[in-house]
Design a protein around this ligand. Structure first.
Ligand code: EPU
Length: 346
């Protein structure tokens, strides 16, 4: 047992802390210990403490991409650092350094309000700025990697603070070094963005233009952002009302040969060319497998978007996981395609 230090000047360590409000699935699990970190000093202090040295630890951002399947027998740390700073401006771009604990949705709105372009299509995605690089959040034809200049990290092993440029982050589709080799090695302290002063509008994806037409509005930063909010609100459940973590699975990549084989059997299959492969719409596969809108206990496949699993109320993480496995099994049986989870299992 660690000799629990009385030397914490700033933060409070809570015991047997419920994480229900800190994960968007609303799963009711407890952390043995929990602390909110409001400054770099607090982050450094806790990382040197016996809590972190003797127990497993888990960093939590917005809790919007995580599924807790059991109590966490260690310390959960919620990064809550705030601040946005313009670090440079040139003729075409504005450069901003944003602290990890800032809310993502608010940050997008702030950029749209200032007429800085790049992330307006990523409106209404729940989460924190510090976790947006981890899975390289994406929606409506944009991935956040396109606007990330660098990520400031604290190396857990030696306490050193360094910056990783865009290339070092090894961004991919819902992927980065922070989900791979660098997993649990760093704490993301801040993210630096490069945003265009002259808007570059991306309207080709899905129903954006149709939505703008319905709203009788011309494409612009704010109008696109609002159109996307409308589409998302219609299709995706609001985590404040219905527990969920957005897309539960990634859209699977298959070879051209596999795609052509599937196309023969399923002429309506939805797919998009992606590098030399094809990205299949997992929502379509799940729908065709018969699981859309179906429940298993208190967990269900959302009736409007089959890629989203929901907590109907009181679901345990294991119930959601059982449903996810049933869906994976059905899709594998029908199409011979494996669905990979996008959400982190804890
Ligand atoms: N589709 C179905 N049935 C469904 C759902 C989708 O047939 O139940 C079909 C749609 O008709 C469409 C295609 O699948 O032809 C793609 O659907 P959609 O545009 O809704 O996007 P998605 O591929 O299902 C991805 C992201 C979402 C993002 C949307 C919009 C992933 C894993 N998901 O979903 O991201 O909002 O595109 O860009 O890439 C998230 O990651 O949490 C997330 C919500």
């Amino acid at each position: 047992m660690p000799s629990f230090d009385d030397y914490f000047n700033f933060m409070q360590i809570k015991e047997n802390f419920s994480l229900k409000k800190l994960n968007t699935f609303g799963i009711d699990v407890k952390a043995k210990y929990f602390a909110e970190l409001n400054s770099l000093e607090e982050i450094k202090e806790i990382m040197q403490s016996s809590y972190v040295k003797e127990y497993p630890f888990l960093l939590l951002g917005g809790g919007s991409n995580i599924l807790f399947t059991k109590d966490f027998e260690g310390i959960v740390l919620k990064i809550n650092t705030k601040g946005k700073e313009i670090t440079a401006v040139d003729e075409d771009f504005v450069y901003l350094k944003v602290q990890a604990g800032e809310n993502w949705e608010n940050f997008v709105d702030y950029c749209v309000m200032n007429n800085w372009s790049g992330i307006e299509n990523l409106a209404l995605i729940p989460g924190a700025v510090g976790t947006c690089p981890v899975q390289n959040i994406g929606a409506y034809g944009v991935e956040v990697k396109e606007c990330i200049e660098k990520v400031e990290v604290l190396n857990i092993a030696d306490g050193k603070i360094t910056e990783m440029d865009n290339e070092s982050c090894q961004f991919g589709y819902r992927n980065s070094i922070f989900k791979q080799q660098a997993k649990n090695k760093y704490i993301i302290l801040s993210v630096s963005f490069k945003l265009a002063k002259k808007p570059v509008l991306i309207t080709h994806y899905g129903d954006i233009l149709k939505e703008l037409e319905m709203m009788m509005l011309e494409p612009g930063l704010a109008t696109i952002s609002n159109a996307i909010k409308n589409i998302r609100r219609r299709k995706l459940p609001d985590p404040a009302v219905t527990g969920n973590a957005g897309s539960f699975f990634k859209n699977p990549l298959v070879s051209k040969e596999k795609y052509e084989e599937l196309l023969k059997e399923f002429p309506k299959i939805r797919a998009f060319p992606s590098e030399n492969n094809y990205k299949l719409a997992a929502g379509w596969l799940i729908e065709k497998s018969g699981w859309k809108g179906k429940s298993l206990g208190n967990a269900a496949v959302h009736h409007k978007q089959a890629l989203v699993l929901i907590n109907k109320g009181g679901a345990t993480g294991s119930e959601i996981l059982s449903l996810a496995k049933a869906v994976q099994h059905a899709v594998l049986n029908m199409f011979g395609v494996e669905l990979e989870m996008e959400v982190n299992l804890v």
